[in-house]
Design a protein around this ligand. Structure first.
Ligand code: FEO
Length: 168
């Protein structure tokens, strides 16, 4: 059974994961408007990842006998000066998510909620991948600059598809 503090914190995180999806969907729309459909695809898949994260947590709260209360989702930023700026925002966003997940783990440990602590370890590992994936694209964007090579990278990113994690 979830404690009230843990339940509230998980509910806040469910909303934050949906907000994360909104952030990436907004970036996807902007990339599409810039004539970069591969980047737009990458961001749309990122939205699917976030919905997956939110739903995984949603199910956990219910399975643990808790109550889900979804919060309001804030309006995300809609425009950037260049692709690199959007990805730098994405990295800052993911670093923020990592801090939030770590705070949830701290709370689970403080509350001696071993089940939730165990559940959250999946998210701890996932955040390492989330940050690494965005950092990798930032490195590539710095290499290609704003020239024609951007279209090669766009083609590369068009191949990303959403694959639910094994055993999730
Ligand atoms: Fe759900 Fe990108 O963290």
């Amino acid at each position: 059974m979830l404690g009230k503090k843990m339940e509230k914190a998980l509910n806040d995180q469910i909303t934050w994961e949906f907000y994360s999806g909104y952030v990436y969907l907004s970036m996807s729309a902007w990339f599409q408007s810039q004539g970069l459909p591969g980047f737009a695809n990458w961001m749309e898949v990122q939205n699917q990842e976030e919905v997956f994260h939110a739903t995984k947590m949603f199910r956990y709260v219910l399975e643990s006998g808790g109550t889900v209360e979804l919060g309001a989702i804030a309006k995300p930023k809609a425009a950037w000066k260049k692709p690199l700026d959007a990805f730098q925002d994405a990295l800052a966003h993911e670093q923020g998510v990592t801090a939030r997940i770590n705070a949830l783990v701290d709370l689970a440990q403080k509350e001696k909620d071993h089940a939730t602590n165990n559940f959250l370890q999946w998210f701890v590992s996932e955040q390492v991948e989330e940050e690494a994936g965005v950092s990798d694209i930032i490195s590539k964007l710095k290499l290609v600059g704003d020239g024609g090579a951007l279209f090669m990278l766009d083609k590369d990113l068009s191949t990303r598809v959403f694959t639910p994690p094994v055993g999730a």
